[in-house]
Write a protein that binds this ligand. Structure first.
Ligand code: TXA
Ligand code: MG
Length: 323
């Protein structure tokens, strides 16, 4: 395997922790305008934002995360109308947007003429991943900034996604301009990604359950035929703690810490009530805590229904062999 191309990270940047009051939002929007990176909460996970029209700003995202530059970024806008300035929609996309935006759904659609985005955002692809987040702090920031914000999850590439400002700072302090501290993310797993190539296709399970999308479409989603587009969410190892991860465990082996679910208890439990929404909201915080404790991790079986599909997807990648 070829060594990953790395961009030199900017280190020793003083990273501000900003509040969610008007002053904090105004400062965050001002920093985005200046081409700096600002992490902010969404309902799914914290994003690491930059002005999607400024190439130098977008490059700072890749540098801070040490993200391979061939991985395209999701663009966040405040309203569907702003989205339709950037991408060309179709009937199915309009239908899904009407039902799930604002919310944890990303649509991959052809770029519109005159979109004005940096080519770094799409990694040169003719399509763009776009979403309208539902979190009040994300909405406030996008409205104040009044432009498209490119934002991948605010974690070092390949590591566990952040669902709190503390997670963001643990991974990226000194490498980003600021984080807006909006507390814990309520959904806890990343957005569901749907492409149209040409039929609606599930590119990544996430915060909107596959069945909910299929109910709106009136037919099943296609699954990707191949992995021609190399995306982090499609890479085998991702969302990875330092220690090995073993799935579908009913009890810990010697030396393992156990992440429980329902009746199968452990050092931590994703949801003692076996509630998959609660488990999704707790997933990355539990992995961060077990990662900090160190050593191998065993995880109880999680059903594949509803948000369980996204949880199982992230856990499978956390458990995958490391490059
Ligand atoms: O919930 C989320 O989606 C979070 C929050 C911050 O919005 N963002 C997020 O971004 O998860 P990221 O970069 O960690 O994952 C985005 C995924 C990647 O797998 C990327 O390759 C894929 O979306 N993606 C982006 N644009 C794409 C495109 N044009 N075609 C196919 N995949 C695309
Ligand atoms: Mg990510």
């Amino acid at each position: 395997m070829q060594p990953k191309r790395r961009v030199t990270p900017m280190s020793h940047l003083a990273t501000d922790r900003l509040g969610t009051d008007a002053a904090g939002i105004a400062r965050a929007a001002g920093m985005l305008r200046m081409g700096q990176t600002v992490a902010f909460p969404t309902e799914t996970v914290y994003g690491l934002g930059a002005d999607a029209r400024q190439g130098a700003a977008v490059a700072r995202i890749f540098a801070a995360k040490d993200r391979p530059a061939f991985n395209p970024l999701i663009v966040h806008v405040a309203t569907p109308d702003r989205a339709w300035d950037l991408v060309r929609h179709n009937d199915a996309a309009l239908h899904l947007a009407a039902e799930f935006w604002p919310g944890p759904l990303t649509l991959v659609l052809p770029l519109a003429e005159g979109h004005g985005l940096s080519g770094l955002v799409t990694a040169g692809l003719p399509t763009l991943g776009i979403r309208v987040p539902d979190h009040p702090v994300a909405q406030a920031l996008l409205s104040a900034f009044d432009g498209p914000v490119a934002a991948p999850s605010a974690n070092p590439s390949g590591r566990i996604s952040p669902t709190s400002a503390d997670h963001v700072l643990a991974g990226l302090a000194g490498r980003i301009g600021a984080v807006v501290d909006g507390g814990a993310c309520p959904v806890g797993v990343e957005s569901t990604i749907v492409g149209f190539d040409p039929v609606p296709t599930l590119l990544r399970p996430g915060g909107v359950a596959q069945a909910a999308i299929e109910a709106v479409l009136g037919h099943p989603l296609a699954l990707p035929a191949d992995t021609a587009i190399t995306a982090p969410g499609q890479m085998a190892s991702h969302y990875a703690p330092r220690g090995a991860v073993r799935l579908d465990a009913t009890a810990p082996r010697p030396g393992e810490r156990m992440l429980g679910f329902g009746d199968i208890d452990g050092d931590l439990n994703l949801s003692a009530a076996a509630d998959l929404s609660e488990a999704a909201a707790n997933l990355f915080a539990c992995l961060h805590r077990l990662d900090a404790a160190g050593g191998p991790i065993a995880v109880a079986p999680i059903p594949a229904t509803g948000l369980g599909a996204a949880i199982r997807d992230r856990l499978a990648r956390a458990a995958a062999p490391r490059p």
